[in-house]
Ligand binder design. Sequence first.
Ligand code: PLZ
Length: 457
Amino acid sequence: MTDTIDAQPTVAPIHSVEQTRKVVTEIPGPKSRELHERRRAVVADGVSSALPVYIERANGAILVDVDGNRFVDFGAGIGVTTVGHTEQSVVAAAADQLQDVIHTLFTITPYEEYVRVAELLAAHTPGDWAKKTVLVNSGAEAVENGVKIARKHTGRRAVAVLDHAYHGRTNLTMAMNYKAHPYATGFGPFAGDVYHAPNSYPYRDGLDGHEAAARTIAYLEKVVGAADLACLVAEPIQGEGGFMVPADEYLTTLQAWCTEHGVVMIADEIQSGMARTGRFFASEHFGWQPDLVLSAKGIAGGLPLAAVTGRAEIMDSAHAGGLGGTFGGNPVACAAAIAVFESIERNGLLQEAERIERTLTAGLERLAKRYDVIGDIRGKGAMIAIELIQPGTAVTAKQPNPEAVGAIVEFAAQRGILFLSAGTWGNVLRFLPSLAMTDALIEDALTVLDDALAALG
Ligand code: PLZ
């Protein structure tokens, strides 16, 4: 398949945008380039854009830019529009709420929508115990609050994270990220008492879950000491780090150790949660029932909302007035979140995530047989990635190949497909589509990926 084509029309009546790709200008087109010039004068250079096409409309799995190009979106705003761009029930719920009340501040005068979101999170997060929730605005803010609550509950100082983790851009969360650049370069000094323990990365460490957990625990016991450790924060499937799926029993072994030593174990489900992996929360794939669960991104269909949910006795250790924030649990974002939970049930979105996994991994496995640059295929549901390596000798085996990732992303963008990179070494191509992504669009993207791999030479 070549460029500038209208591929496989599969328009569903609900969509206000045809669910096909279409390239009508060079990428970025003239109108995008004009906007980019305006932007360069007034938007801080620290805010970059992976693909500077300016988006005018989005629906389902498609982005439409100001030049009329239609992009197939395999990023979903980094895993945010999980139910689909401008999902109709989310739009309607938010629009209705805008008419009723936009803001009061829950800590001044409360409203039902906040309570309803907390009920839904209590019902859908793993674990059969009494749970409570605090709502905030962003993923990083959820991480900050999870740590605050764990420290208050335990009376301990230390925070542990795993290698290759990503937790945000605030001061504390910068210290919790594995990769310094670009997130932290020059932005210090950073928060102390943050410890980076080895993770489970089966493709590279070859360890089973018990061996990897033993290594993590040995580090925590030696370097931190369980008695000083407030919490261990872990992404059940690491996002920015490159979609590492831990070995079986890794997370549950760590949870058992945390429970034994009074350490709060926190699941950062910000990228992996809210139906993305074919379960409400990715922790379920591993039988992991975390003490606290952090949600954000996909929870409100694109509106800013985030949450810390967990064991009532841990959550309640924060004193009255200790948690809050002006916009946390905004009524419009909460109304959208309620619609997201309903949409997941009504539209069978957990099954849609499994369908996406089947179609995508089958296609990727076909490609991996022909291109030895594909070192690993991993992930769950609509959170799938390939790790690209320098093909060749044993010495260079598994050597990261960020150049190939960059070339594929660029090749695909020119043909109307938005792929995102990831990985500590920029060596991972990730597929993080909305659950509205059709099989036809996936097959179309696989064809373009095939061409991109062939063009690597
Ligand atoms: N925890 C697991 O994936 C956000 C970062 C985008 P915020 N990941 C996308 C960027 O370049 O800033 C993320 C995550 C995990 C925490 C966060 C932070 O969530 O909503 O971006 O603060």
